[in-house]
Design a protein around this ligand. Structure first.
Ligand SMILES: Cc1cc2nc3c(=O)[nH]c(=O)nc-3n(C[C@H](O)[C@H](O)[C@H](O)COP(=O)(O)OP(=O)(O)OC[C@H]3O[C@@H](n4cnc5c(N)ncnc54)[C@H](O)[C@@H]3O)c2cc1C
Length: 714
């Protein structure tokens, strides 16, 4: 921060400190205003211009310095100057004060805050970038976000001061009028009987209803602007059309049918989507076989001298399909039809905010609907690496069709999918090379935890190449991936290449372009906190909406999308992302909820770390799985959990206790006070809580206790 900025900041801070130190807040209370009412009125009658001028200046100072009391002063203005003059004085004073606060915030804080809190300001920034003045106008008109927060936050955006001034003045006018009006009524109270006067009750009812009415109006204005070019059909046949029958679409349809809405679910490919057919289910089924093999190879450790296995890879993959087949009925047309969902196999194209064309083998049908949920999922990303188009790339979509185990498999990608599949194929007998551009695999996790996974991979014979950037694929007598590593080229030969470099949301070819529904930089459909797209009756959830790409987050979002789509006219719910867990099913498993240390550091969040090693856990020792860690982040000095990561056997199941703790505000003391069955892996959570407790034992009290016991011994 420059010296000039620091000086301005110090002056402003000194002014605010002086206000509180001198007890300024005493004067900005309802009681004080009421007590001084007569005196102030007398002053106003004797010196109307000076009083109004002084009031104006004090108001500007209060709002300019973001001191509490602007709302009260507005009421006082009504009591003192009446509706017309009160509104005039407050309107100009509040806008002038707000603009001063805006300019001060911009001058002092903008660069600094932008460098530190970019994500926190993203929401406001995006609004300003797109609709600037309209966004501010909405914030001003609907007095939900505190006045001073808007001033300071807007100062941090790129909005012009002139725009800020006039939009603020116009936007606040209606609210000012309502408050000043309430003030004129308050002035009339002289006895408790007056409190029940219709005027006063009316003024306060207006005060309460105003934000809601303003919000409704603004929503209406916004909706009119978006829907203006479309003609709504006179009658709508359905309440909900859901596009895509993956995790998100199935749950949306399920909720719709449960509350007896008329729902149509459209799927162009296979019911169950990615999770059932090409994602979670087949990968976990494959991992199961791979794990069994690894255990057999390890059998000598358990006293079994001879346990040989002959892998029939084709049969392994057939089993994967059988597992899918067993789970299939959960997501089937039959099950959903029995629930009352109309299931159509076909490709959906949104043709207007209320109509969806379904292209089926028999032709095209047009459905009309009140609301649409887009749950179109994502697909594997295959980046345009030179030469990659000349080989048959494996992805999570087609790897399940393999019936012959690749001799040398190159897995491109060190994320969860790449890591799970790399280990599974290596355990099944392939020579696996895993290539990752970043310095480590599972880069979202803390370095020492992802290192535990890497070390195991290396132990199991996987050639882990981190810091390797794929440059090109050379195909010929031998396929080779050429990478750049520390400034030189490295050649990695392979028979098959599995690309696991992330998943791209499906946003093209089904009407988003024609409707002008925007997508984000991450290529997800842009939604607000209610999961509404640009059109308030079109929602998106699951992988297509992001920001997470898990089955459990897809179904979590689906609840919000379906409920908001069906009942949003009365009440809408904000999607809650406060506690999101996930797991990577490698061996050792890695599971996380909330913050890890890397994120806490980068976001400047104070934390304390408590770790418990699974090497000490009785059950882990008995099972030959005594490796891994429970790592918990808490608020310094408190037992409130900020996040937890578990590496080790059953980590994905164990993390559930921390998920519950975080979701329901239970601290480590509560986990410690809960009986955990002996001997289980779940005890690790309790021991982590115990480690935290010992570190926070009150040393002074313990010293006294020691003396007490000594005294008791005589
Ligand atoms: C290998 C792998 C392993 C995974 N493991 C896990 C795991 O262990 N745990 C976990 O939580 N997540 C896991 N995932 C992620 C999980 O599979 C996805 O997050 C989840 O399936 C997303 O569900 P969805 O409903 O958003 O999308 P999808 O399941 O992709 O469903 C979208 C559906 O929409 C259909 N569709 C698209 N456009 C149209 C259209 N115009 N008309 C009609 N239909 C259309 C598609 O055909 C598709 O069936 C894994 C993913 C992969 C690839």
């Amino acid at each position: 921060m420059t010296r000039g900025r620091l000086l301005v900041l110090l002056v402003l801070a000194a002014a605010v400190a002086a206000f509180f130190a001198l007890g300024g807040q005493r004067y900005l209370t309802f009681e004080y205003g009421k007590a001084q009412q007569e005196a102030l009125r007398g002053l106003y009658e004797r010196h109307p211009f000076q009083t109004a001028g002084l009031f104006f200046l004090v108001y500007v100072a209060v709002t300019g310095l973001s001191l509490p009391g602007a709302a009260l002063m507005t009421l006082v203005a009504g009591a003192l100057f009446g509706l017309l003059w009160g509104t005039l004085v407050v309107s100009f004073a509040s806008t002038a004060g707000a603009t001063l606060a805006f300019l001060a915030s911009r001058f002092v804080l903008r660069d600094w805050v932008h460098n530190r809190f970019t994500p926190a300001l993203k929401r406001i920034d995006e609004g300003v970038r797109k609709e600037g003045a309209f966004y501010l106008f909405t914030l001003r008109l609907i007095p939900v976000v505190p006045f001073f927060v808007i001033n300071l936050a807007m100062g941090l955006t790129a909005m012009r001061a002139r725009t800020f001034y006039w939009v603020s003045q116009l936007g606040m006018l209606a609210g000012t009028l309502v408050y000043v009006n309430a003030g004129t009524q308050l002035a009339r109270i002289s006895s408790t009987r007056d409190i029940l006067s219709p005027e006063l009750l009316g003024a306060f009812a207006l005060l309460g209803v105003f934000p809601l009415a303003a919000k409704k109006t603004m929503d209406g204005v916004r909706a009119r602007r978006v829907y203006a070019r479309w003609r709504r059909p006179a009658r709508l046949d359905r309440n909900l059309v859901v596009i895509g029958a993956g995790s998100a679409g199935l749950v949306s349809a399920y909720i719709g049918a449960t509350v007896r809405a008329k729902v149509t679910l459209v799927e162009k490919h296979r019911m169950g989507g990615d999770c059932l057919n090409t994602g979670c289910v087949p990968s976990k089924a494959l991992i199961r076989t791979a794990r069994l093999l690894a255990q057999m190879r390890d059998s000598a450790r358990y006293g079994i001298r001879k346990a040989s296995a002959e892998v029939d890879f084709a049969e392994v993959m057939e089993r994967v399909q059988r597992v899918i087949g067993e789970i299939e009925p959960h997501d089937s047309v039959e099950r959903y039809s029995a629930m009352g969902v109309e299931c159509i196999k076909g490709e959906a194209v949104i043709t207007s905010p209320w109509t969806v064309d379904i292209r089926t083998a028999e032709g095209t049908r047009t459905l009309s609907t009140r609301a649409i949920v887009i749950a179109a999922g994502a697909r594997p990303l295959v980046p345009p690496i030179e030469g990659i188009d000349r080989i048959q790339v494996l992805t999570s979509d087609n790897v399940w069709e393999l019936r012959e185990l690749p001799r040398r498999l190159l897995v491109l990608g060190g994320g969860p999918i790449g890591s799970e599949l790399a280990q599974a194929f290596a355990r099944l007998g392939a020579r696996v090379t895993q290539v990752e551009m970043l310095p480590r695999i599972l880069a979202r996790e803390d370095p020492e935890l992802s290192e535990m996974v890497r070390a195991r991979f290396v132990e199991e014979g996987i050639d882990v190449r981190t810091g390797h950037k794929a440059l090109r694929v050379e195909s010929g007598a031998e396929n080779v991936l050429v990478c750049e590593h520390e400034g030189r080229e490295v050649r990695l030969p392979f028979d098959r290449l599995l690309c696991a470099l992330g998943r791209v949301p499906n946003t093209e070819g089904y009407g988003l372009e024609a409707l002008g529904i925007p997508v984000t930089r991450a290529r997800t459909v842009e939604t607000n906190e209610y999961l509404q797209t640009l059109y308030p009756n079109i929602y998106a959830c699951g992988d297509v909406a992001g920001p997470y790409q898990f089955t459990h987050t897809a179904s979590h979002q689906a609840w919000y999308a379906a409920v908001n789509a069906l009942f949003g006219t009365f009440r809408k719910f904000r999607a809650d992302y406060s506690v999101i867990p996930w797991a990577t099913f490698t061996d050792p498993e890695v599971a996380r909820v909330g913050l890890n240390e890397t994120e806490a550091k980068s976001r400047g969040i104070a934390y304390e770390v408590t770790s418990y090693e699974l090497a000490d856990l009785d059950r882990a020792i008995a099972d030959g799985a005594a490796h891994g860690r429970v790592k918990v982040l808490t608020v310094p000095g408190k037992d409130r959990v900020l996040g937890a990561t578990i590496v080790g056997e059953h980590a994905g199941a164990l993390i559930a206790e921390f998920v519950t703790a975080m979701k329901h505000g239970l601290g480590l003391n509560k986990i410690l006070g809960t009986i955990h069955i002996y001997p289980t892996f779940a005890e690790a959570n309790k021991y982590a809580a115990g480690t935290w407790k010992r570190a926070h034992a009150p040393q002074r009290v313990l010293a006294y206790l020691e003396r007490f016991h000594a005294w008791m011994r005589g």
